[in-house]
Design a protein around this ligand. Sequence first.
Ligand code: SF4
Length: 468
Amino acid sequence: MRGSKLKQILANMSAEQYALTVGTAAGEPLTEAFSRKRVVHAGVRGKPVMPAEWQSTWQRLVGERPKPAERAAYLHIPFCRHRCLYCGFFQNYSEDELENAYINSLIKELEMSKDSPYLAGGPVNAVFIGGGTPSTLSPQNAARLLSAVRNCLPLANDYELTLEGRIHDLTADKIEAWLANGVNRVSIGVQSFDTDVRRAVGRLDDTRTILERLERLSGYNQAAVIIDLIYGLPNQTGEIWNEDLALLKTAAIDGMDLYQLNIFQDSALQQAIHAGKLPPAATTAEQAGMFAVAEAELSAQVFSRLSICHWAKTNRERSMYNVLTKAGRNVIPFGAGAGGNLDGVTMFLNRDVGKYMESVAAGCKPVAGMFVQPAGSELHNTVVAQLERGYLNLSLLSARFGPAVLELDPLLELWQARGLLQSGPVTAKLTVSGQFWYMNIAQSVLECLHALLDGEHAVEVQPIAAQG
Ligand code: SF4
């Protein structure tokens, strides 16, 4: 009977695992559907490749011509001028000499693969230069790097080239170096427009400067301007959040991402809150309320919703890199701390800048970890891509991946009864509550599919610290 195998799997779980997977029945779905947020990214663990095989595996992957599918590249700049209290990604403070040496290595890494059949054999559709803070690069280093990107990666005619940055770096000399060298999308971490909220967590500029600098960048009329906001920061009251949302409508931007604050274990933010230097951040229930307010506010505007947390305000925003990564397309990694995946192999490059540079100097791909993706990863990617857009269509999934997918029915019915899903004739759509809890839902669906297809329950869980 359809769903009986999944029911058996759920029945065999411990009470704790069951509650993590399915959630809780009592209370408001928006604030209490699950006891906590489980993961930052939904995923299922792959099989590790032995270190002795990393280089030969990389050579094999780039020795083959690419399949005819869209693909992306990710370049990592592991430097920041300032450390933000909430950040879980900080690696190194910027320093001119180190930056020059690092950019030399990054260019060499790009050049090492340039003529390989994989790199040369087809277009690269989207490139994302992330960090860290890529906008801290001097205009000279930005120009050198971008020139190497255009020289080494065969960019598609309609390519998207994103540079991530901070408001503080939106000066004319920097912007002009980026735009003259092919950047057509700039993603800026604003986090909040409110001066006090920002400065309390280590950001620098005030509201007026933010708006002026966004205006300046937008005024070049050459790149999509995207900003990130975070909800749940210390001091970010409901009133301030409403002001943040109101400014989205008038700011000179083409799109926006809204992220929930995660307080990482032992982070500077957690320590500052525990020491009483900052008020507590919003609880998960308060964050849920902030998300619901934002969802209602932005849905009432003529913005296009590209995913659960991303809106386009103009046609300039395509979000191509995000769409490709969420769909599990190939992403070629470059730089210390970069991650990517090529034809079923996930890899991470060395985060240690010194070791990264040594490895590149020796002519090696600076791999620090490699995993063969599990069977069913294409199904997993498709499920995540659907949920990322706010729906799940079992008919489409079963037509492509087989009838085992239909076993998920009892889980979806349960979530429907609990107000997380709304079932239509073709697709089940996430309600606002389901959207807030979508990462838990995605992780649970992947775990259940993995158990259904492989008979195991091995999952990769990237923990989020309890709120401080
Ligand atoms: S600039 Fe970005 S990467 Fe650097 S510390 Fe701040 S949030 Fe983290």
